[in-house]
Design a binder for this molecule. Sequence first.
Ligand code: KG4
Ligand code: ZN
Length: 365
Amino acid sequence: MLILGFESSCDETGVALVDASGAGVPRLLGHALHSQIEMHQAYGGVVPELASRDHIRRVLPLTDAVLAQAALPLTAVDTVAYTRGPGLAGALLVGSGVACAMAVALGKPVIGIHHLEGHLLSPFLSADPPEFPFVALLVSGGHSQLMRVDGVGRYGLLGETIDDAAGEAFDKSAKLLGLGYPGGPALARLAEQGDPAVYRFPRPLLHSGDLDFSFAGLKTAVLTQVKRLAHARPEGPATPALAEALSEQAKADVAAGVQAAIVEVLVKKSLAALDATGLSRLVVAGGVGANARLREQLNAACARRQARVHYPELHLCTDNGAMIALAAGMRVQAGLVPLGSDEVPPYAFDVKPRWPLAELAQSPA
Ligand code: KG4
Ligand code: ZN
């Protein structure tokens, strides 16, 4: 069972081929990725229309590259999968359009995959794959959630952000420090030169007793601090000139303080989720899962309580096609996709730009 998967929900075009024959974890036969970071950098963030057009440009050459890696013809593909949502509507339409067209041409079924399910299952492609059940900390640019995962398609929401996502907090703070897009990795790099104890930022909802997050207040605190350091009026606007007035050391200290605040909240809430569920296995996925301090502190905290923590391979932490092909393969193996029956969704451009992951539990198709 060869599955070709497409990811095009935001600013990365990803294509991958997995072999989901048998009962073991689907095997990755090839994958290729094109990041649009350079293109969007000039605008300080993702420009949706440019993203869609670039997906169109990249998707077929990437597909050729994947098939060449696997040394297989397109006609060997048994099923085509694509990211159905959530994400940018126009960008999603490129992946779904290409996937459906290819599936029609091949006379094969097509499967729409939830982007976060892809992230959630991506550690199964690592050298140290998890076992069900586990708690998943999903931290990306658009989502921060803790889920209880009992099996493929069996996801229960434990808590989520009530405002900004963790990645968004990294990105917005980075912007206030004049670091450009994408802010998360840039802020993490700068933080390595800084002292996290110089400026203390709020840890919202740390003691709220539930498993929800709130990161919106952090950017306000960072803005206030940056203005103070730049000797700017507190009620003045947030302009790029503010960051320019800061010394490199001050910027690095602010970056380290912000990172420490986000990491502490994510670590404490993850541990609280393990306590609440009685589980001893944690899976971290999504772009923020690439953060070295987060990994370091989760590793230490989990080692202390003899819990296991699993991550995707670093290059599969951010968006990619491998996780989409993998999720499709695992869904097929779990019997959640009635391949070969009339129940398989027809070829349709039915993307879901907004799509809560918890809905999957109710609607496996
Ligand atoms: O999962 P992802 O690639 O895309 C979404 O589905 O959103 O996550 C992207 C997010 C961005 O907010 C980016 O700044 C953040 O992940 N990110 C990081 C790091 N690498 C990526 N944040 C902190 N530290 C990193 N090393
Ligand atoms: Zn993502």
